[in-house]
Design a protein around this ligand. Structure first.
Ligand code: PEP
Ligand code: MG
Length: 537
């Protein structure tokens, strides 16, 4: 095949070279046959195929991952696990409903156990449940080989989280945008990603070189292209080493202004590769990812366990945990509202939590309990009117008092809000919050009327737009006058091209993707606020 060059847009920097893997189309809604014998055969076939997939994945991986997969295969092969599902099918249930119900009840049993080992194994059962359900609904159980360049039309965040990126790899999407949630995840994990690469990429095959920062892809490269790619990769490696060298030092501008640099956590697994001493704490935990790819919502114990682990990881540094921000481009089956004409303007974030108090209160209880293990702060997303903050506060107080009455150990956390709705930014002084964090991703899309997931308007969704910067300046000024903490946790904080304007606007705290921590500290060093020039000398 002759070499082909494809130009898209950068969504996450980094270089990758690997075999192309085309993303499967994903599952469809399954239509049950209505015949118990055929449903039983479908279930048995799906279990068999899931088992074969797990075994082939175990062969390719090795190490701890292979042990984990061998354990999953043994679980799946145990007739005791599937018996309740086959009984339900014999009684007339569809294969998918029967499997989902049987596994969900088993998972609840594991989670309720006092034994931590059993609690931890519930994640394996969730994986098995979802793997079999995917096959039943007609989606291939798409197994991405380690180090692959994954190509597709678009990619949901749950798919990203199901791929093992330890061996490298990259993402190239025909559509997509830099500010989508999957792009944000890619930047957090340091996975190179190119979006808006055009429809031809979907049918690519062979080998690909991906330059995430340039937004380019080369298919079936010639030796000379490969050599120049390798030289650029070495230059980037040197830049990464330079960024890594400044990690242990606190961040300060050239004129000596201290800047607090926190990290954003989208998945607790990311923390394994971060030294807590390299940051000033966690400015945003996006808890919606705990709710992804599951047939049921996580219970109080499961949430408490995760929040506690994160709080302990920070070793006394502040940890801001955001309550569920489902909706928009982060749908959660069984929770968010299907069929909204514009989900970004719909029942999203705090709006959804207040509409589903039985789900929200579980999260509040888990957060109150986790506060015993670290400096936990609670943040509400998408707050538009003060009444939402007050309604959430009332529930937090009620759950606090109920837990205390039941003899549980709890700590009442400071309650803050995201400032990501333009009306909230402009009227920030009306909100009685303990702290404010600017969500520049949403603030920018709402202020510029340019959807964060729509590549065609990506140039308009610019945080440097004077209208957006004006709102940031207004919120920062309110923080300075009131003495209340104001930070920014959108992706703009980790963008060296935007950072100077943010500091000029008065911000002194940013929260960035873990992979951007060193780069951000390096960029801060180059900024001179005294001369009013944000450029390096
Ligand atoms: C934001 O909107 O900037 C933000 C940090 O929240 P999210 O990206 O999760 O919507
Ligand atoms: Mg947001």
């Amino acid at each position: 095949m002759a070499e082909r060059q494809i130009a898209g847009r950068s969504a996450s920097p980094g270089f990758a070279c690997g075999s192309v893997h085309r993303l499967a189309g994903g599952g469809r809604e399954r239509v049950p046959t209505g015949d118990p014998a055929r449903e039983a055969a479908a279930l048995s076939d799906a279990i068999g195929r899931a088992m074969a997939d797990i075994e082939s994945l175990a062969e390719k991986t090795g190490g701890d991952a292979a042990d984990m997969l061998a354990f999953q295969a043994a679980l799946l092969g145990d007739d005791e696990l599937s018996r309740p599902a086959f009984d339900a099918v014999a009684a007339g249930a569809s294969a998918d409903k029967a499997w989902s119900t049987a596994l969900s009840s088993e998972i609840s049993g594991y989670l309720a156990s006092d034994d931590e080992y059993f609690q931890a194994r519930s994640a394996d059962l969730e994986d098995l449940r979802d793997r079999v359900l995917t096959i039943l609904s007609g989606g291939e159980a798409d197994v991405v080989p380690p180090g692959a360049v994954v190509v597709g039309e678009d990619m949901p965040p749950s798919k990203f989280l199901s791929i093992d990126w330890h061996a490298g790899g990259a993402i190239v999407l025909a559509a997509g945008s830099k500010t989508s949630h999957v792009a944000m995840l890619a930047r957090s994990r340091g996975v190179p990603m190119v979006v808006a690469a055009g429809p031809a990429i979907v049918s690519a095959s062979g080998e690909a070189l991906v330059d995430g920062a340039a937004g380019t892809v080369v298919l079936d490269p010639e030796p000379a292209t490969r050599d120049s790619f390798e030289s650029r990769r070495l230059v980037e490696e040197a830049a990464l080493r330079e960024a890594a060298a400044v990690l242990p030092a606190p961040a300060a501008t050239r004129d000596g202004t201290t800047v607090t640099v926190l990290i954003n956590v989208a998945d607790p697994g990311e923390l394994k590769s971060v030294d807590p001493a390299h940051c000033d704490g966690i400015g945003l935990v996006r808890t919606e990812f705990l709710f992804h790819g599951r047939g049921s919502l996580p219970g109080e114990e499961a949430q408490f366990g995760v929040y506690r682990t994160i709080a302990e990881w920070a070793q006394g540094r502040p940890v801001t945990i955001r309550t569920l921000d489902a909706g928009g481009d982060k749908p959660i089956p069984g929770l968010t509202i299907d069929g909204e004409s514009n989900p970004f303007l719909g029942v999203r974030g705090i709006r959804l939590s207040l509409a589903r108090p039985e789900v929200f209160r579980v999260q509040l209880r888990a957060l109150l309990r986790a506060g015993v293990y670290g400096q936990v702060k609670v943040m509400l997303p998408m707050v538009t009117v003060p009444g939402e903050l007050e309604a959430a506060r009332a529930m937090l107080v009620e759950e606090h008092d109920a837990l205390v009455a039941a003899g549980r150990k709890v700590v009442m956390p400071p309650l803050g809000i995201m400032v990501e709705v333009p009306a909230t930014a402009l009227a920030v002084d009306r909100f009685d919050a303990a702290f404010y964090s600017i969500g520049s991703n949403d603030l920018t899309q709402y202020a510029t009327a340019a959807g964060r997931d729509i590549g065609a308007v990506a140039d308009l969704a610019d945080p440097l737009h004077p209208g957006v910067l004006g709102m940031i300046e207004h919120v920062a000024a309110y923080g300075a006058a009131s003495g209340l903490d104001v930070s920014l946790c959108g992706d703009a904080g980790g963008d060296p091209d935007v950072l100077p304007a943010l500091l000029e606007a008065g911000l002194r705290t940013v929260s960035v993707a873990p992979a951007a921590l060193g780069r951000t500290k390096l960029a801060i060093r180059a900024i001179d606020l005294a001369s009013g020039a944000g450029d390096a000398a």
